[in-house]
Design a protein around this ligand. Structure first.
Ligand SMILES: [Zn+2]
Length: 183
């Protein structure tokens, strides 16, 4: 078990939410990059790929978003359940991209405090990706992606989509940083 109280409580919450994950050892890579109180997330409880390291509270909020928002919205808008979510990663030691004003700042990804979502795979075999679906001719896909973004904005601090800038044309970025921003 982790030795800090916040992470212990979070791990217990993740278990209650039936997420599948493994707790990662703490690592400080220097230069503002670290993994602390983090997990590798396998299932939220929908299987999710490529979330190798995210801070536990982010994993918890992501799991709540999948269970309470994304899954019901997929059934409502698309008439099928989500069976897998393809992420484009959590932890990554890098600076903010695509925004000159914050180009020297470390990304929330550098502390595992952010995750990028690329696509939703449905039980009927469809793959609804942010890249193809955001401007799709399929109105239901467009609405679904905007609905899941709106729901994420109510849970995460910062949510960025293709509406924000070209760097986000193929994914939804969610993070737990301080700034409340939704686009
Ligand atoms: Zn991101």
């Amino acid at each position: 078990m982790p030795n800090d109280k916040e992470t212990r409580a979070c791990v217990s919450d993740l278990n209650k939410l039936r997420a599948q994950f493994s707790l990662l050892p703490e690592q400080d890579f220097g230069g503002g990059c670290s993994i602390k109180g983090s997990v590798q997330l396998f299932s939220a409880p929908v299987p999710i790929t490529a979330v190798k390291a995210v801070r536990c509270p982010l994993a918890r909020t992501l799991t709540e978003w999948v269970r309470e928002d994304a899954q019901p919205l997929a059934i409502k808008r698309l008439g099928s359940r989500i069976v897998r979510i393809d992420s484009m990663g959590g932890y990554s030691c890098r600076r903010v991209v695509g925004n000159a004003a914050s180009a020297n700042k470390m990304s929330q990804h550098a502390t595992g405090n952010a995750v990028d979502i690329g696509a939703f795979i449905l039980a009927d075999g469809r793959r609804v990706s942010v890249k193809q679906g955001w401007s799709s001719t399929d109105e239901d896909e467009r609405k679904f992606l905007r609905d899941v973004r709106a729901a994420a904005c109510a849970r995460f601090s910062t949510v960025l989509s293709p509406d924000y800038n070209a760097a986000h044309h193929d994914h939804l970025h969610f993070d737990m940083g301080g700034k409340s921003f939704c686009r």
